[in-house]
Design a protein around this ligand. Structure first.
Ligand code: 8DG
Ligand code: MG
Length: 158
């Protein structure tokens, strides 16, 4: 089995918050992850990110751009899964709200700040305390593998 490519999208609002969705029916069930999905054959990162975001949330994103990438081995599923995650970022229209377009895959969307996500990731890594949102593995690994990375409006606005 080879590693696959997953595209994950940070879509920022005017406050610099982004959306996380509560996963259902797949690996990482009940954890909160970024909207996204599999990179299809022949597709660009940008097209995949825009497509997945629209399919899952109904949101349109402007100026989607590459941010960073990481490597994720899911050992809690049999057979194990291995993904390279490409993190893309962009801004949505002011006041736009995500819709639950695929209730069989995602049961809720919520806006979170980078600091809130980091706080939950740290709780999960330390194993002490209870995170306010249990995070999907690629987000926890983002903090561990790319400690210098953080998201902001400025990063995705240009
Ligand atoms: P698709 O078959 O419709 O393209 O995918 P999906 O039904 O939307 O599946 P998904 O689980 O949302 O995304 C596909 C894979 O992408 C997922 O199983 C693992 C990988 N992936 C990462 N990081 C992230 C992430 O942060 N968010 C999402 N949604 N997927 C991610 O490696
Ligand atoms: Mg998805």
């Amino acid at each position: 089995m080879e590693a696959r490519v997953g595209i994950a999208v940070f879509v920022l609002n005017a406050e610099g918050k982004f959306i996380l969705g509560k996963r259902k029916g797949s690996h990482g069930a009940n954890t909160w992850g970024l909207p996204g999905g599999h990179l299809e054959f022949g597709e660009s990162f940008e097209t995949c990110g825009e497509r997945e975001l629209l399919e899952e949330t109904g949101l349109k994103v402007q100026n989607l751009q590459f941010l960073t990438a990481n490597n994720n081995v899911f050992r809690d599923v049999t057979p194990n899964k291995h993904y390279v995650t490409i993190f893309m970022g962009g801004v949505c229209e002011e006041g736009a709200e995500p819709q639950i377009m695929e209730p069989e895959k995602c049961t809720a969307w919520d806006w979170v700040s980078w600091d809130e996500m980091v706080a939950d990731a740290k709780i999960m890594v330390s194993g002490e305390g209870t995170p306010s949102k249990e995070l999907f593995l690629p987000l926890v690994e983002l903090l561990l593998q790319r400690p210098a990375f953080s998201i902001s409006r400025e990063l995705v606005e240009n």
